[in-house]
Every structure is written in C-alpha cells, then in structure tokens.
Design a protein around this ligand. Structure first.
Ligand code: NAI
Length: 281
C-alpha cells in the first residue's frame, strides 16, 4: 500500500513525475536544493494542472528543501537528480536509511545501470529503474528497468504505479547502459552530430529531414534542446564511460561548456524568443 510518494529533484523531469503521482492520488513530497527551484516547480505544476482541470491534485503535493523530511517513512521514491552516479548514490544511500521497510526506490536515470546505483543501499532488491519521458504528464511510456538484484515484488509494484499513472510500460530485463530508449536516441543523435560536427549539414536541414522524411515528431537537435543540453551531455558522458560505443558529439560538449542548455536557458541549437524558434548554427 503506497501512501507517501517522494520525488527527489524538481527539475524538468521531477516536477512532472510529482504531478503525475499527485493526479494518481498519492500523498507527494518533492525535494530539491533551493526554495527557488521548488517554487518554480510548483508554478509549473499548478499551470499544467489547471490545463488538465485537475487543480485539486496540487493540495496533495508538499515541497521541501529538507531531504530527510521528504524521505522519512516514504513508501515509494523516484529520484530525478542530475545524471551523475555520485549524486544519485548519495540520494539512494540517504533514502535507504529513512524510507519505510517495504519502500521501493526508483531512479529516473537515462543511462546509468540500476545495479550500479543500487550498490549505495542495503536492500538492493528494492531498487529499480523507472524511466519517464519528457514531459512525463503527456508522454505515454515508462521504461521499467530490472537491476541484477531487483525482486519480482519490486517490479510488480513499479508496474502498478506506472499503471495507476495511466502509463504504458516496457520492461527491460538486461541492465545495460542506456537500456533501450536512450540507446536508440543516441544512435540517432550520433548521425546528426557527426554531420554537424564535420560541417556536412546544418541543424535546420538535419531536423527538417528527420521530420519531413523520417516522420519524427521533432527534429534531432530540437529534441535535445527540449531534453536539456546539460542533461544530454552528461548522458553521453555516462554512456561512453560505461562502454557504449557511440560517436562523441563535440557540439553537445561545446553547448555544455558555453551553458547553452536549450529551451531552459533560452538558447541551445536554437534560440527561444517567446514562441519563436531560430536556429543558432
Ligand atoms: P534537471 O537538471 O532539470 O533537474 C535536476 C534537479 O535535481 C535540479 O533541480 C537540481 O537542483 C536537483 N538536484 C541536484 N542534486 C540534488 C540533490 N542532491 N538533492 C535534491 N535535488 C538535487 O534534470 P532533468 O532533466 O530533470 O533530469 C533528471 C534525471 O532524469 C536525469 O537522471 C536524466 O538523465 C533523467 N531524464 C531526463 C529527461 C529529460 O528529457 N530531461 C528524460 C528522461 C530522463
């Protein structure tokens, strides 16, 4: 029986996962490192809930910078902090000391094997991957990843939670870096990035091809602006460090170093002026 539901990290993904959990009826606790980030998350959730005409769900969400308070006796945690094994391990280690006896500890990681994250906790059978997509409220799929020690009971509970959130699931039984979705996405990225890095094609032409010829709903680079280029860069790093042989996108590194993170910073591969999008390269 899940009553208390905790989301650690209230950024692009965390605030959306918290919104989904509140709509599903859970008592939700959201934690991040500053009041400013939490207020921003609250505003985004309130805006989205009003569009969905589900404003009452906001009353079920508590926002706190106190991680202990958010994790204490919780029944289900989803971690959505940055894609860095050190930061994720700290969160899982702290969580394992505070959550309820039977709690499930899920990570929204895009690339880091679940078994690697699970090493930070005592009861590794309770750790699982729950990979939501952006924006969580609208995207229909959740990729569920079984770590080497994840129990059947943990898989069952995670599948139930995703179902309660109205999501479809794919269950990944092999805990490899990038699982299924991220591996496919980075194969697509590598073709676009290689063409761009080597000045073979421009952003707008690669994206035009993806949309008009391949029938993608979004261009390759527009999607990465939407994901966040800080996030894409860290995912690329995590994948390559773990042996996934994918082209190292220099354009991602360049965007990361110049803090052009995409939509969230107003500039990435495109610039964002209100709703007008212009390619920057
Ligand atoms: P983000 O950068 O928007 O949000 C991360 C949040 O975590 C920030 O608000 C940050 O302040 C907070 N944080 C960092 N350390 C913390 C700590 N110790 N305690 C509490 N909060 C902390 O990143 P985003 O995009 O939400 O990504 C989060 C995770 O979700 C990553 O693992 C990423 O790979 C994954 N993901 C991202 C997707 C995307 O489209 N952006 C899609 C699917 C998964």
């Amino acid at each position: 029986m899940i009553k208390k539901f905790t989301v650690i990290g209230a950024g692009t993904m965390g605030h959306g996962i918290a919104e989904l959990a509140a709509i599903a009826g859970y008592d939700v606790w959201v934690n991040d490192i500053s009041d400013e980030i939490l207020l921003n998350a609250r505003n985004k959730i309130a805006w989205s809930l009003s569009k969905l005409k589900k404003q009452e769900a906001l009353e079920r969400i508590h926002f706190t910078t106190n991680q202990e308070e958010a994790l204490k006796d919780t029944d289900f945690m989803v971690e959505a902090v940055i894609e860095d094994i050190k930061v994720k391990s700290q969160v899982f280690n702290k969580a394992s000391k505070l959550v309820s006896e039977t709690a499930v500890l899920a990570s929204n990681t895009s690339s880091i094997p679940i078994s690697e994250i699970a090493k930070a906790v005592d009861r590794q059978e309770r750790v699982i991957g729950m990979h939501f997509f952006n924006p969580p409220v609208l995207m229909p799929l959740v990729e569920i990843i079984r770590g080497e020690k994840t129990s059947e009971e943990t898989v069952r509970i995670a599948l139930d939670v995703a179902k309660n959130m109205g999501k479809e699931t794919i269950l990944i039984n092999k805990d490899i870096p990038g699982f299924l979705v991220t591996r496919i996405m980075f194969r697509v990225n590598e073709v676009g990035c290689w063409l761009l890095d080597n000045k073979m094609a421009e952003v707008k032409d690669i994206d035009y091809t993806a949309i008009q010829v391949l029938q993608f709903p979004m261009g390759v680079f527009l999607l990465q602006d939407y994901v966040g280029l800080d996030v894409s860069y860290l995912i690329q790093k995590a994948l390559i460090e773990r042996g996934f042989e994918v082209y190292y996108c220099k354009s991602f590194e360049q965007k990361y170093n110049s803090k052009e993170f995409g939509m969230k910073s107003g500039k990435g591969f495109y610039t964002y002026k209100g709703k007008i999008i212009e390619p920057t390269l």
